[in-house]
Design a protein around this ligand. Structure first.
Ligand code: HEM
Length: 395
């Protein structure tokens, strides 16, 4: 019998390891694939993914972005025109000026985190550095108190890591975490209504576009989206990107010698890691899509990691190359839902790598084996990564 991979796209186990052998098989043999076990379609090729992402009338976000659950009241689960109205309001907190101001703040946070490990000569890069940076950046920007950061990291982590894991106890814990988190955010929102400050929550509470404002429910869900959307995603790109650079030390040294390569190196890390593994759309009417008969109401998954290794678009897609140009990857999605935090994430990536290259020049992997992936079906990356370096002074 000919080889046909056994693929369960909704299980954390499929995404919790390197899935590229199967994804490559699908691109070549069944580019629009029906996962019978879960009753969902998957789009694996770059051109098809862009086509579906720019046809919201046929591929709607309103049924929710997960294959196995319905919508929640946040912009990513809406179609236009409601989506664009909501997005304009939240965008008030993400002007280019605001992101630029963040660069100095990100630099201080990066240096503080490196200080925390500098004298030890070794650390777990995920849990000592990479997990904290995006959490602290977005937590400070939103306006959460610094002393709440450990709790926020725990919460944010718990909500995504359970997806795709059938263990009912873990799901129950995530539901409790979600409830605790919404109560916490509601408190911050109520406070900023009375006492506005220079933070994102205050901006969002008072934002007005064409007479529209965000009500309490919208504020709770959009701030939740900002926290969990930008936290684990960016973490996994730091870690997966660093892993590649340290495995191919020549590229680390090249980047160290020539920082003008940082922007293209960051794009390559995003393409390579693609930390968001898929987003769902709901088909709105029966249609033939590149040979597949899609039915109204069915869900379709856009497989970003697969599109980002599509050999019809990327030369040598399985080679990690920090000089790759052009590099029109879709790690941030495509179309009207294109990641709202992309400039912030890119700034975090450039700044942390710049500081690591300066301060820990002989950084190296402490273990031979590739680290374990997190077995989650939405956002996945390395669960931990031990690194070593010559101890240095704090600054
Ligand atoms: C949407 C990826 C960081 C906030 C998205 C989408 C992807 C994505 C794939 C969906 C796009 C689509 O459906 O076409 C990433 C990656 C990140 C990252 C890979 C880090 C490396 C961030 C950050 C923030 C953020 C830092 C906020 C601070 C959002 C929001 C949306 C979104 C609000 C929904 C936009 C909409 O529905 O219009 N992101 N993201 N993301 N992201 Fe990100």
């Amino acid at each position: 019998m000919t080889y046909r991979p056994d693929i369960d796209l909704v299980s954390g186990d499929f995404w919790g390891r390197n899935p590229h052998e199967e994804l490559t098989w699908l691109r070549r043999n069944e580019p629009v694939f029906f996962d019978e076990k879960n009753g969902v379609w998957a789009i694996t090729k770059y051109a098809h993914l862009k086509e579906a992402s720019t046809n919201p009338k046929l591929f709607s976000n309103a049924g929710g972005i997960r294959p196995d659950s319905g919508p929640v009241p946040m912009m990513i689960d809406m179609d236009d025109p409601g989506h664009v109205r909501r997005r304009k309001l939240v965008n008030r907190g993400f002007t280019p000026k605001r992101v630029q101001e963040q660069e100095t703040v990100i630099r201080h946070i990066a240096d503080d985190l490196i200080d925390g490990v500098a004298e030890r000569g070794e650390c777990d890069f995920v849990w000592d550095v990479a997990a904290w940076l995006p959490l602290i950046v977005i937590g400070n920007a939103i306006g959460f108190r610094p002393e709440d950061q450990p709790k926020l990291l725990e919460w944010s982590d718990a909500m995504l890591s359970v997806l795709g894991q059938p263990d009912p106890d873990r799901l129950a814990t995530a539901a409790d975490v979600f409830a605790g988190y919404t109560t916490y955010i509601a408190g911050v929102i109520a406070d900023r209504r009375e006492n506005p400050r220079e933070d994102l929550i205050s901006t969002l509470v008072h934002a007005e576009v064409d007479g529209d404002r965000l009500d309490d429910e919208a504020l709770i869900y959009e701030s939740l989206l900002l926290l969990i959307g930008g936290d684990e995603t960016t973490r996994h790109v730091f870690t997966g990107g660093l892993y590649q650079l340290l495995r191919d030390r020549e590229q680390w040294e090249r980047l160290r010698a020539d920082r003008s390569l940082l922007p293209s190196a960051v794009e390559e890390m995003l393409r390579w890691v693609s930390p968001i593994k898929n987003m769902a759309r709901t088909v709105t009417s029966d249609v033939d899509f590149h040979g597949a008969s899609l039915r109204a109401g069915q869900k379709v998954l856009l497989l970003y990691p697969s599109a980002n290794r599509d050999e019809d678009v990327f030369a040598d897609p399985f080679t990690f190359d920090i000089t790759r140009t052009p590099n029109e990857h879709v790690a941030f999605g495509f179309g009207s839902h294109f990641c709202l935090g992309n400039s912030l994430a890119r700034a975090e990536l450039r700044v942390l790598f710049d500081r690591l290259l300066d301060r820990l020049p002989d950084l190296r992997l402490a273990e031979d084996a590739e680290p374990e992936h997190r077995p989650a079906n939405f956002v996945s990356g390395y669960e931990g990564m031990k690194v070593a370096f010559t101890p240095v002074q704090k600054i």
